[in-house]
Design a protein around this ligand. Structure first.
Ligand SMILES: *Cc1c(COP(=O)(O)O)cnc(C)c1O
Length: 359
């Protein structure tokens, strides 16, 4: 078996020990004589899994008691619609801080249901900055403020939290579980699983309980957070296999020292990669230093005619999925929790050797 160093932006790398547990579990999960994919979500074993997963996640993220932990389908993209639908009545105003493509998508969805005020927009710097909060044009009557904690494509991450009384709604798809966060500062947190939590197909939503009551009455059952809160996320058949894998990832994080330990590793991984890029004229990262992402590190080669060769040789060296998003070009190394520090070291070494040959 050969495992590569996988820098995919998502679906992304999973820890090898989790994959090995899955392989061992498949034919006979928990002595049921069935795989986890074949059992009822209402059976004793799966109900236990769901309860353990919630309590472990609450411990890991220090989720306060007045918040609900919900598991859903539809990805972060569905939450871009569910947030305005659950929080705002038609005609209400909502504030969006647009620091990249995902935030732009989120604002676009909200515009279908309510009035969107773009409190800040970093499009004029090609999404390489986060505008200073003192320049934001926030509305007086906004029902909430939406932010994208980490913009996966441009590699732009908030390293501060906005102030204010309105609930903060955050898309944390590509940063959740990478470090401790203060959940009490948020109204709603949502994240597709396929970056740091598990496989694609399940979505984590954390909602402050006073925000569960939908702001409008015409919502389908499956588009109300409240339905999930009232049914332990078993409103209908949940994505059981993805949930099972998320549970394993969360258990592993807890037993490896929790999010403080993860943050330490992630800080180290990203800072050494940025240091290598900054030390060279051959590579460049355009993002302002105060908002560089710990998770997604885009970089371009000074001579873009070498891009294809870079990717080909990186692939041959066991470093895969480094091609940048088409809107940014160049390369992007996504270095989520499950990408080991050795992978970053190997990438830095490869980059230096490639520069030595071609610079
Ligand atoms: C990946 C990603 C999404 C899209 O998630 P889906 O689960 O595919 O809907 C949205 N926002 C951010 C920040 C992402 O990284």
């Amino acid at each position: 078996m050969t495992r590569v160093y996988n820098f995919s932006a998502g679906p992304a790398a999973l820890p090898i020990d989790v994959l090995e547990t899955i392989r061992a579990d498949i034919p006979d999960w928990q002595g049921t004589g069935m795989s986890v994919m074949e059992v009822s979500h209402r059976g004793k074993e799966f109900v236990e899994l769901a309860a353990r997963c919630e309590s472990n996640l609450r411990e890991l993220l220090a989720v306060p008691d007045n918040y609900s932990v919900l598991w859903m389908q539809g990805g972060a993209t569905l939450q871009m619609a569910m947030a305005p639908l659950n929080l705002a009545a038609r005609g209400d105003t909502v504030d969006y801080v647009q620091t990249g493509s995902w935030g732009k998508k989120a604002a676009g969805e909200a515009r279908k249901f309510c009035t969107v005020n773009l409190a800040a927009d970093a499009a004029d710097t090609n999404f390489t900055t986060i505008p200073d909060p003192s320049t934001w044009q926030r509305s007086d009557d906004a029902v909430y403020l939406h932010m994208t904690s980490n913009e996966t494509i441009a590699g732009v991450e908030f390293h501060f939290l906005p102030d204010g009384d309105v609930p903060l709604v955050a898309d944390m798809s590509s940063t959740i579980l990478s470090r401790p966060i203060d959940v009490s500062r948020f109204g709603v947190i949502y994240a597709g699983a396929q970056k740091n939590i598990g496989p694609a197909g399940i979505t984590l939503v954390i909602v402050r309980n006073d925000l569960l009551e939908p702001a409008r009455e015409d919502l389908p059952h499956l588009m109300m957070w409240k339905s999930y809160a009232e049914s332990d996320s078993m409103t209908n058949t949940p994505p059981t296999f993805a949930w099972y894998v998320a549970d394993l990832v969360i258990q592993r994080l807890l037993s490896n020292g929790g999010l403080e330990a993860m943050a330490e590793i992630n800080r180290r991984k990203s800072s050494k990669l940025y240091a290598a890029i900054d030390a060279s004229d051959f590579y460049n990262n355009p993002v302002s230093e105060d908002c560089r992402s710990w998770m997604n590190v885009p970089f371009v080669l000074a001579d873009s005619s070498l891009d294809a060769l870079f990717l080909e040789e990186a692939h041959a060296a066991g470093l895969t999925n480094l091609k940048g998003h088409r809107s940014v070009g160049g390369m992007r190394a996504s270095i989520y929790n499950a990408v080991p520090e050795e992978a970053v070291d190997a990438l830095i070494e490869f980059m230096a050797a490639f520069e030595g040959k071609n610079g």
